[in-house]
Design a protein. Sequence first.
Length: 88
Amino acid sequence: MREILREAEERLTLNGRRTILFCDEIHRFNRAQQDAFLPHVEKGTIALIGATTENPSFEITGALLSRCRVFVLEPLSEEDLSALVRRR
C-alpha cells in the first residue's frame, strides 16, 4: 500500500493527476491501516473507493467515514435483469 500511495503522490506532483484507489473489502483493514489512507484522502492525492459487505458505520473508522460518501447498492430484481438483457 505504501508503494501505491507513494506513486499516487508522484503522479499528482508530476502530472497534476489524482489516483482512483479501489479497495475491496475495506472492512478487513484494521484501524491503523484505514487511518493510513486518511492524509492522502484529505490532500486529494487519491479518490478512495472502498467496498464492503459490512455496515460501514461499524467497520470503517469514523475519521475516514466522515470524509466519504456512502452508497448502498441493492440487488437487482429479475425484472431489472430482464430489462438489461433486452437492451443489449
